[in-house]
Design a protein around this ligand. Structure first.
Ligand SMILES: Nc1ncnc2c1ncn2[C@@H]1O[C@H](COP(=O)(O)OP(=O)(O)OP(=O)(O)O)[C@@H](O)[C@H]1O
Ligand SMILES: [Mg+2]
Length: 122
């Protein structure tokens, strides 16, 4: 979002936010009608040391976003066209917390059974 605001840079332009619920994931799209990103820069933008065209950019923004999203099992993709704009799409998996907890509980029961068996043999 911050990047889109900076890309518009006070000029007439639009920023569009879209969310979509799919079967097992949530999609979030941030689109802007800013200047776009050069094709040769696309592979670099998620690097923590890549910043371009900003006075006070650290380059850390997208690197942090990517790391946080991937740590949650998601992904971030970018589509950009010079003179047209940029769209970032974030896909995050929907986790079934109840199912996860059930699995953890079952694993605990198995582990304690295994422990009891060892004790019984001793
Ligand atoms: N929506 C966008 N439109 C045009 N260029 C973008 C856009 N988003 C990112 N970029 C380019 O990618 C670079 C890296 O973005 P990133 O958010 O990682 O760092 P930054 O914005 O430069 O610094 P910081 O996030 O610390 O303010 C930016 O400097 C900019 O050149
Ligand atoms: Mg940024």
């Amino acid at each position: 979002m911050q990047n889109s605001i900076q890309a518009i840079d006070g000029n007439a332009g639009t920023i569009q936010l879209e969310t979509k619920l799919e079967d097992k994931s949530v999609l979030m799209m941030v689109s802007d009608t800013g200047p776009g990103i050069l094709e040769e820069d696309i592979p670099k933008i998620f690097r923590a040391d890549f910043t371009k065209g900003k006075k006070h950019g650290t380059g850390f923004g997208l690197a942090f976003c990517k790391q946080a999203i991937e740590a949650h099992g998601g992904k971030i993709q970018v589509k950009s066209k010079i003179g047209t704009g940029t769209t970032f799409t974030i896909v995050l998996p929907i986790k079934n917390i109840a199912a996860d907890q059930k699995q953890i509980d079952q694993e605990r029961v198995h582990a304690s059974h295994a422990e009891n068996n060892v004790e019984n043999r001793i």
